[in-house]
Design a protein around this ligand. Structure first.
Ligand code: 5AD
Length: 486
């Protein structure tokens, strides 16, 4: 049986796509191996959201090229956003590549590999499925569902944030029928999944192509005011209705998260859903990108700082204890020190418990290319350091307040250190010892100690308690990386 290995770069959407690539290849008779060196097929699932991510592909292909010299039968396939963006240019500049495949063409991978195998020239397929959008569903065996998993609800992006390449690499917004989403979640939960994260580039702009969802309470309210530049009623999100339908249809589900939303769709109806639905944890990742109105305008974010603050405040006031995390770009064209200071001020004002900070990098096809990339690399690095330092201080303060409290932790499994690891409702990674294996359970833990990025807890149930103390803090799991928001 020929073997394959998938190497994933980038966001959760890519992690999810990689799982689908694995399923497609397994169904076509390939066997999975972790060992890139011994694999017959290596799929590089790429990211182009920032320049650095794209450079990774080039060095990886270079490394595989060396391997290919001694094993010419090795097939190299490039998938994901760089594949979509570059298409044939990739095979021209890197002749070691055999197959280039866009995110919408995953099912065709086996046939392209077969053609490439028979000595034909490099195969390139990067066609968006705008006419008949398809969404590949997970197909877990009973009992084999991961504790926590992703379900795609939409793909593509209709926002036009001037820095972002995603509309070009993932196409325009396409929504998955609600019946398909509900059926997949039901299947996953029956297979043992406890937590679902709904996945989409602007996940909260969801509209059901089947029109099968009953209107959510407060639907439409506030939309005309917030969406005044886009007052078309068809533009109104049905995301709150989708959340309600999932909670209703799959009551065994323990937690329902979503990523990444756009603040434009944080409507009263979504706040109301957070108030009503116990399955929604009290944590939301809501990318803001900047605390300066001038910068937000140049970024094409379609909200002001005051509007962002108003929306998230409504959420926090309605759901006491809800925490927020965010994405921020530093050094966007024209960003002054003073404008950056406004971002730091916003960090304090909101008290984000998690910040994913990025240095601006120019991306092909994006409107911001017209603006001079005029913040020096040194200033970008300096701002990023200050941003992350400020974020760390806020996070440290927050985690310290949890010491001594009891938190419900959904156990994801055992980490390399032998301890068990799970997440609190607010997504804080928690390590603890247990005398038996509590994977998949929601257990109460008393927080003993706060580390830099995570917590150490003790089983509240004395009979199951086993002492555990971290010497080295394990790195946060990659799934905490944000998905690209438009
Ligand atoms: N430069 C830097 N950061 C970017 N992001 C998206 N595009 C760029 C870019 N050109 C960041 C945004 C987004 C996150 C996933 O990546 O903060 O929310």
């Amino acid at each position: 049986m020929p073997s394959f290995s998938v190497v994933t770069f980038g966001c959760q959407m890519n992690v999810h796509d990689s799982e689908r690539i694995e399923e497609v290849l397994q169904r076509a008779g390939y066997g999975r191996t972790e060992e890139v060196k011994g694999a017959d097929v290596v799929v590089l699932n790429t990211c182009s959201v920032r320049e650095k991510a794209e450079q990774k592909l080039r060095s990886e292909v270079g490394r595989l090229g060396v391997l290919k010299r001694s094993r010419p039968e090795l097939l190299i396939a490039v998938a994901g956003c760089v594949a979509q963006q570059e298409g044939e240019r990739l095979t021209k500049s890197m002749p070691q590549i055999d197959v280039v495949i866009g995110p919408d063409n995953i099912p065709q991978l086996p046939e392209l590999l077969a053609s490439a195998q028979h000595g034909s020239p490099a195969q390139v397929r990067t066609v968006f499925d705008h006419d008949r959008p398809t969404f590949l569903a997970a197909s877990p065996e009973p009992g084999q569902g991961n504790v926590s998993t992703f379900v795609t609800t939409m793909k593509g992006c209709d926002e036009r944030c001037t820095f972002c390449v995603v509309p070009y690499t993932r196409g325009s917004e396409r929504y998955r029928p609600s019946s398909e989403i509900l059926a997949e979640i039901e299947r996953l939960v029956a297979a043992g999944t406890k937590e679902i994260t709904l996945l989409g580039q602007t996940v909260d702009s969801y509209r059901d192509p089947e029109r099968a969802l009953p209107a959510a309470p407060l639907a439409g309210e506030g939309v005309s005011r917030w969406g005044r530049r886009n007052a078309n009623p068809d533009d109104e999100t049905e995301f709150p209705a989708l959340l309600r339908a999932i909670a209703d249809r799959v009551p065994q589900l323990l937690r329902l998260r979503y990523t990444s939303p756009h603040p434009r769709h944080l409507t009263p109806a979504l706040v109301e859903a957070h108030k009503d639905l116990k399955v929604l944890p009290r944590h939301v990742h809501m990318p803001v990108q900047s605390g300066s109105d001038e910068v937000l305008k140049r970024m094409g974010r379609r909200y002001t700082r005051a509007e962002y603050v108003e929306r998230v405040s409504m959420l926090v006031q309605s759901v006491p204890g809800l925490t927020l995390s965010t994405d921020i770009i530093v050094g966007f064209p024209g960003e002054t020190e003073e404008q950056f200071q406004q971002t730091l001020g916003l960090l304090e004002q909101i008290g984000f418990v998690g910040v994913f900070g990025f240095k601006y990098s120019q991306r092909p096809f994006t409107p911001a290319l017209k603006l001079a990339d005029d913040v020096s690399e040194a200033d970008k690095s300096d701002r990023l350091t200050r941003l992350l330092d400020a974020a760390e201080t806020i996070r440290g303060r927050h985690l310290a307040t949890l010491v001594g409290t009891t938190q419900a932790v959904l156990v994801e499994g055992r980490s390399k250190t032998g301890a068990f690891t799970g997440r609190t409702e607010r997504n804080e990674i928690t390590h603890f010892g247990c005398s038996d294996d509590p994977t998949g359970e929601l257990v109460p833990l008393v927080v003993r100690r706060a580390l830099k990025h995570s917590l150490i807890g003790d089983m509240a149930d004395e009979r199951r308690r086993r002492d555990y103390d971290a010497v080295v803090e394990p790195r946060p799991a990659p799934r905490s990386l944000p998905v690209v928001a438009g």
